[in-house]
Design a protein around this ligand. Structure first.
Ligand code: UDP
Length: 201
C-alpha cells in the first residue's frame, strides 16, 4: 500500500500463475478452492469463509523475519518455519502467538495445527517445483478458508506477489521485491519464472 503502480498484463500473468499452481496441486491430490479456468482473467472457485490468518512459510531469512530477529538476509533456516499473521489492516497484520489466536478464538487448536501442517506441505512442494527450474523459494504467504462442508481449503492466489523467489545461481529476486526496491523492470522478471515453469501466458 505504500507504493502504487499499474503494469499492463499483470492480472493475466497472475491468473496464469495461480491456475498453474492450483492445477498442479490438484494433480497431487491437494484440494484447493480452485474449480476451473473460465477465461484468461477469470477462474471459478469454491466460496470460502476465510480464516483471519495469513500463514507464512519461510526457508531463508528475509523481510520482516530479519527486522524482527536480526537474522541476516539470506541466512538459510535450520528447517522451514511457519508463522501466523492476523489479517487486520487496522492493526497492520501483526504476527500472533498461538496463545493470542486461541484467546481470540480465531481458530481452534485443532484447526491451527492443520493450518500449520498444510502450510508446511504446500511450502515444501513449491520449494521442490521451483528448485526443478533453478529458483529458491525464500518465503511464501498462504490463505485458507472453510468451504460449505467445513473442509479447510487453500484459497486466495499463488503468485510471485505472495512469495519471495530467488534465482539459485545469481540470487536475483523474481518477486514483489523487484518492484518494492526498483531492482529491474518487473514484468520480465515474472515472465522468466513463468517461462521456466512452462506456464502459458
Ligand atoms: N506476504 C504477502 N502478503 C502480505 C504479507 C506478506 O504476500 O500481506 C508475503 C511476502 O511477499 C513474503 C512473505 O509473505 O513472500 C513474508 O513476508 P514478510 O513477513 O517478510 O513481510 P514483507 O517483508 O513482505 O513486508
Amino acid at each position: 500500500g505504500e507504493k502504487y503502480a499499474e503494469f499492463d498484463g499483470k492480472g493475466m500473468l497472475y491468473h496464469a500463475f495461480s491456475c498453474f499452481f492450483f492445477e498442479r496441486l490438484h494433480k497431487q491430490g491437494i484440494a484447493t478452492h480452485f474449480i476451473e479456468r473460465c477465461s484468461p482473467i477469470a477462474m471459478r472457485v469454491h466460496k470460502l469463509r476465510i480464516v483471519p490468518l495469513e500463514m507464512v512459510y519461510r526457508r531463508i531469512a528475509a523481510g520482516s523475519l530479519c527486522k524482527r530477529t536480526g537474522l541476516p538476509k539470506g541466512e538459510q533456516l535450520r528447517e522451514p518455519i511457519v508463522e501466523p499473521y492476523y489479517k487486520r489492516d487496522v492493526l497492520g497484520d501483526p504476527i500472533l502467538a498461538p496463545a493470542h489466536i486461541f484467546l481470540m478464538e480465531l481458530v481452534s487448536p485443532t484447526a491451527y495445527k492443520q493450518l500449520v501442517q498444510q502450510t508446511r506441505v504446500l511450502g515444501d512442494l513449491l520449494t521442490t517445483w521451483l528448485r526443478e527450474v533453478d529458483f529458491e523459494l525464500v518465503d511464501m504467504k498462504l490463505e485458507f478458508g472453510w468451504d460449505v462442508h467445513s473442509s479447510l481449503l487453500l484459497g486466495d492466489e499463488i503468485s510471485p506477489d505472495t512469495m519471495r523467489i530467488w534465482d539459485r545461481h545469481t540470487g536475483e529476486s523474481h518477486d514483489k521485491d523487484v518492484f518494492r526496491h526498483d531492482l529491474a523492470p518487473l514484468i520480465p522478471r515474472y515472465q522468466e519464472v513463468a517461462r521456466r515453469l512452462q506456464i502459458d501466458v
